[in-house]
Ligand binder design. Structure first.
Ligand code: C2E
Ligand code: MG
Ligand code: MG
Ligand code: MG
Length: 293
């Protein structure tokens, strides 16, 4: 804003602005230390098939583990994920750790499905984002076809929106699949479904929450499920917390779901244990939670 006011005008910092700048500087410093201390780690949340009960894939979610019992979610360090430099550093760390976990699971013979990595708009400022990701997968010795990337509609609003299509095309050609996250909450993008290689639509939790009681939410969710079916895209419902929600989505033909009902996001050790013990009985038990007898 200061720049837009003209070059000859002195910029007056108010105490509030000073505070914002000071907080930014402090967060930057803390985040760089956290990266150096290996405190930035992935948690994983399985995506469950509502038809088989099986784990169909995982989503990697960034966490800041300040100590074993103080693990922060991204809302606590959102400013870092929107800062162009820190977002890239955090993104590269996540990809490195996730690739190495995936490699370990493959070597152990565990089926983790595709593992999704969330990308923030700030990472799209770099036109070489696709080649950076592919190089990291290659370095870890894992095929790109083991990964999804999740983007939100906000990437199309950013200054680097021109980069989005070529980056996604490059990833798609290499075998990475693309999911549109938080669908319907941002800048509505049916045109993006047409123009970009989108494989999966994720229905935001805000539409799922009251799905049984709110006619508006029911209509939206049913329309998105139908849209996905007609376009040949997968649909994932996010944030399932109740048996009622699961049964409702299953009745409507929603194929995949994610939420605390099935799994909370898990650290790598717990995730490995879930994958190790995954079998027909575990899948059947998940179905039995919500299927009518
Ligand atoms: P998202 O990608 O839409 O992730 C879903 C969020 O919903 C996650 O929050 C997850 O923990 C939470 N969630 C899952 N099931 C339930 C449920 O049943 N109930 C409730 N109340 N919440 C549920 P989280 O991990 O705090 O992540 C929030 C957002 O931060 C993500 O939204 C994503 O946009 C962003 N994010 C997470 N990890 C990364 C990352 O590695 N890189 C980037 N750039 N962004 C990330
Ligand atoms: Mg996501
Ligand atoms: Mg989401
Ligand atoms: Mg979200």
């Amino acid at each position: 804003a200061a720049k837009q006011q003209g070059r000859n005008r002195a910029v007056v910092y108010t105490p509030a602005m000073r505070q914002v700048v000071a907080e930014r500087v402090a967060l930057n410093r803390a985040m760089i230390a956290a990266l150096a201390d290996d405190e930035i780690i992935p948690f994983y949340q399985p995506k469950v098939s509502l038809t088989t009960g099986r784990i169909a894939g995982l989503e990697a979610l960034v966490r800041w583990r300040r100590s074993p019992h103080n693990v922060l979610s991204p809302s606590a360090f959102e400013a870092a994920l929107t800062d162009p430099e820190l977002a890239v550093m955090i993104g590269e760390r996540m990809v490195r750790r996730v690739s190495s976990d995936v490699r370990g699971w493959i070597e152990a013979g565990y089926d983790c499905g595709r593992v999704a990595i969330n990308l923030s708009p700030a990472q799209f400022t770099h036109r070489d984002l696709a080649s950076t990701l592919l190089r990291q997968f290659h370095a870890a010795g894992v095929e790109p076809s083991h990964f999804d990337v999740e983007i939100t509609e906000t990437v199309f609003l950013g200054r680097s929106s021109d980069h989005v299509a070529p980056i996604l095309d490059d990833l798609y050609r290499a075998g990475v699949r693309i999911a549109l996250d938080d669908f319907g909450t941002g800048y509505a993008g049916l045109i993006h479904l047409k123009q970009l290689p989108i494989d999966t639509i994720k229905i935001d939790q805000s539409f799922v929450k009251d799905i049984e009681s709110d006619a508006f939410d029911t209509a939206i969710v049913c329309a998105v499920i139908e849209l996905g079916r007609n376009l040949g895209m997968k649909v994932v419902a996010e944030g399932l917390e109740t048996v009622g929600q699961a049964r409702f989505l299953w009745e409507k033909g929603c194929e995949l779901a994610q939420g605390f009902l099935f799994f909370r996001p898990l650290g790598d050790v717990d995730m490995t244990e879930v994958l190790r013990s995954e079998d027909d009985a575990a899948a059947a038990a998940r179905l039995a939670m919500f299927l009518p007898d």
